[in-house]
Design a protein. Structure first.
Length: 38
């Protein structure tokens, strides 16, 4: 993922290695990771 400021300038990049999983599980991990950044 990428976090940008109001002018679309890059602030922070992150990733999460999931190995093999379904699309639904990957989306849920994305939601959880986003919430943990708050």
């Amino acid at each position: 993922g990428v976090i940008r400021d109001g002018k679309r300038k890059w602030i922070l990049g992150y990733n999460h290695f999931l190995e093999k999983c379904s699309v639904a599980v990957a989306k849920l991990w994305g939601i959880l990771d986003g919430l943990l950044l708050l």
